[in-house]
Design a protein around this ligand. Structure first.
Ligand code: SIN
Length: 321
């Protein structure tokens, strides 16, 4: 498989894990559904580097009760609770449509316990058209699974190791920022056999309705995303790249709306980026980011965007930790 990234002929195309990506701009799980609404109504999703689908569990999930979303300063809180139709429904009814598009499909894998994570992985491992798995060990909105796996390094190591044994497809681990030291969970994932890391999922937050004098979200707390979390994502990517360099591919996610934001992730060490919350207010934002990256590469005289990955580390001032 190989986790060395290789440039291909266009300024934004590359190969990673033996998969060819047209560009480093992916859509983030939970913010683009299964891609088909946009494909059928707005634009050809073959233009995207990859589509990461909403988290898939073994059994269908109804998710959390409303209210599940609230807008916050420069961001959004969500507590969806991983609503999804189940992995078998996805494979039988959605994937056949989705794989007609010429883009990479990454499936986000969720389980309430180790057994469920493995069952979902087994189904996706057999599913033709799913190129890679993104392990969701960071959802802050569920009582079982999600962040419960991603906040304890030993539990995380054991889960990643088991998943690794059940699939030959690339395994990316999507980490939570709701930890004291991101390097500990990054290390647990890498030692468990992850092919790459996705940084970061949402930050746990809360909003209160001052008239009703109660939390707005029914589950009280939710995951904060959007521009507000950009600097946190950039810092965590920088820290992890500082430790592993290019030996562990990092996919950056968190607060990206523009090419300028994406470039911060890339300069910190991300080899690709995911656009999440921006899709809700501008579904064309991934295409705008692709165009903006192309323009930036041209303006700066680079031949390929990979020349920029981790470049902000040239000032070798070591971060603590
Ligand atoms: C949710 O469905 O509650 C959000 C998913 C996530 O944060 O991973």
């Amino acid at each position: 498989m190989g986790n060395t990234v290789k440039p291909l002929k266009d300024t934004l195309s590359f190969e990673l894990f033996g998969i060819e990506f047209k560009n480093p701009v992916w859509t983030a799980s939970g913010c683009f559904s299964y891609g088909l609404e946009v494909a059928e109504n707005l634009y050809d999703i073959s233009q995207l580097g990859a589509v990461v689908v909403k988290g898939l569990s073994y059994k269908p999930r109804e998710g959390n009760p409303p209210q599940r979303i609230v807008e916050t300063p420069c961001g959004m809180l969500n507590s969806i609770g991983l609503q999804n139709p189940g992995v078998n429904y996805f494979v039988n009814n959605i994937l056949p449509e989705l794989k007609k598009y010429d883009t990479v499909i990454v499936a986000n894998v969720f389980g309430e316990d180790e057994e469920e994570y493995i069952k979902v992985t087994q189904v996706l491992d057999r599913a033709e058209g799913v190129h890679a798995l993104e392990l969701n060990v960071s959802c802050p909105n569920v009582k079982k699974g999600g962040i419960a796996f991603g906040s304890d390094p030993d539990t995380l190591y054991s889960l990643v190791k088991k998943i690794r044994e059940h699939t030959g497809k690339p395994v990316l681990v999507k980490l939570s920022p709701n930890v004291t030291d991101i390097l500990e969970t990054a290390a647990a994932s890498v030692e468990g056999g992850a092919d790459g890391l996705v940084l970061i999922n949402t930050l746990l937050g809360m909003a209160i309705d001052v008239e009703k004098e109660e939390p707005i979200i029914a589950m009280k707390t939710g995951g904060l995303s959007g521009p507000a979390i950009l600097p946190v994502a950039v810092r965590m990517i920088f820290q992890v790249y500082e430790k592993y360099g290019s030996s562990v591919p990092i996919i950056g996610v968190g607060g990206i709306t523009t090419a300028h934001d994406a470039l911060q992730h890339i300069l910190a060490g991300a080899v690709a980026v995911q656009i999440g919350t921006a899709n809700f207010y501008d579904p064309y934002s991934p295409l705008k980011v692709i165009k903006g990256l192309e323009e930036h590469i041209k303006k700066k005289g680079y031949s390929h965007y990979l020349e920029l990955v981790g470049k902000a580390h040239k000032l070798k001032i070591k971060m603590e930790g």
